[in-house]
Design a protein around this ligand. Structure first.
Ligand SMILES: *Cc1c(COP(=O)(O)O)cnc(C)c1O
Length: 391
């Protein structure tokens, strides 16, 4: 027996354990101080009524002989795939139902899709980055090249013709920076991928936060993307499914063999998402569901607005926030991202995420999220303004 030695090349992830350790130490020695966490990358509002009702009635169906369902289609039920197809059609994207694959979330699919690609491919990831893109490729032993996302390019790097890559990751709206590509910006990546015979893995997990229809929700809103891109999306951030688990991946037939290969991969290694959960996801697209998830998304958007307004008043430069639950701020006075973390924790007991944890270009930056409660967001920003505003 030989181990997959690629696992020994993974870097230990200290980010969230370090944060937890520092917060614990602080609260042990300062039990009277109230800590506010604006570092969370998880939703906090509950599932909306339409989703809960759909899940309940699906559960009832499962308890009745005539409507009980056993194994379902591995790639998802048609009712949910049709709802997704219609959602894309509203954005002028025509999908075939066989191009849509339902899964238990974007993270699984982002990792699993790599089954379809040779180990010899070179991978291009922007830095800072969602760590899953990096670690899943390290586990397979692929070579990774980093492209700089930084202040100079507004955290929206453009392709470089001199860099040769086969698999390209793009996340827009971005985690952690909140930056969103314009259609022109994405078109450059699509042209680059087509001309170099590369594939783009497009992560659209935060598309629902976009309210400006000039900005692309889907990479397939860009001409030519159907020839070079796979898209990953999820109900996690759109509709609070982080604990309920449902997402979907689009593999266009125009990509050739990949569509069939993914079907084969999923039917072999995956047994589908529970019927009950898929009925819940379908309800996200119902008229009531849409209204209700917008109410929740607006709650997060208003929190982001409160954070953004505070930073603006404090004269702190930031990215994101407008079409994303993430606000990516530049640490004042050239503080390092961990120094700024300690500074906020010890002075105002506000916890965020040091940018350094997402890659070298994250150093000097700090991520705040709008997933907290309104009350906590307001309180945290009051404290922040008192601390930073008086400098
Ligand atoms: C939260 C998130 C996802 C969604 O993952 P799920 O597995 O569907 O919960 C995907 N990509 C990014 C960048 C995320 O932050």
């Amino acid at each position: 027996m030989k181990l997959n030695e690629n696992y020994s090349n993974l870097k230990e992830s200290y980010l969230f354990s370090n944060i937890a350790k520092k917060v614990n130490e602080f609260s042990t020695s300062n039990p009277d101080k109230k800590i506010i966490r604006l570092g969370i990358g998880d939703v906090t509002l509950p599932l909306c009524k339409a989703v809960v009702n759909a899940i309940k009635s699906a559960a009832d169906e499962m308890g009745v002989q005539s409507t009980f369902r056993g194994y379902g289609p591995e790639q998802g039920y048609d009712f949910l795939k049709n709802a997704i197809k219609n959602y894309y059609a509203e954005k002028q994207v025509e999908l075939d139902i066989d191009e849509i694959f339902i899964s238990d979330g974007a993270k699984s699919d982002l990792g699993n899709i790599l089954d379809l690609f040779d180990k010899e491919n070179t991978v291009l990831v922007p830095d800072p980055v969602y760590p899953v893109y990096v670690d899943t490729n390290i586990m397979d032993g692929r070579k990774i090249i980093y492209i700089n996302a930084n202040e100079e390019n507004d955290f929206l790097p453009e392709p470089d013709k001199n860099i040769k890559a086969d698999i390209i990751y793009i996340c827009s709206p971005n985690n952690p920076t909140g930056a969103v590509y314009s259609k022109d910006g994405l078109k450059k990546w699509v042209d680059y991928a087509v001309s170099s015979n590369a594939i783009i893995l497009f992560d659209a997990a935060y598309e629902a936060f976009i309210t400006n229809e000039e900005l692309p929700h889907s990479i397939y809103q860009i001409d030519g993307a159907e020839n070079c891109a796979i898209e990953f999306c999820s109900f996690s951030k759109t509709a609070g499914f982080t604990g309920t688990r449902c997402g979907y991946t689009i593999v266009p037939k125009s990509l050739g063999k990949l569509n069939k290969m993914w079907l084969r991969r999923q039917t072999t290694k995956f047994n589908g998402v529970p019927y009950i959960v898929q009925r819940g996801a379908e309800a996200v697209f119902s008229p009531e569901g849409r209204k209700e998830i917008q109410t929740n998304l607006n709650y997060y958007r208003e929190n982001a607005g409160i954070i953004a307004d505070t930073l603006t008043r404090c004269g702190i430069k930031f990215f994101g926030g407008k079409y994303s639950p993430y606000i990516w701020l530049k640490c004042p006075d050239n503080m390092s991202s961990w120094d700024f973390f300690d500074y906020l924790l010890s002075n105002i007991q506000v916890v965020g995420t040091p940018g350094e944890g997402f890659g070298k270009n994250g150093e000097g930056f700090f991520r705040l999220t709008s997933f907290g409660s309104r009350e906590n967001t307001i309180e945290a920003m009051k404290r922040f303004e008192t601390l930073i505003g008086i400098q």
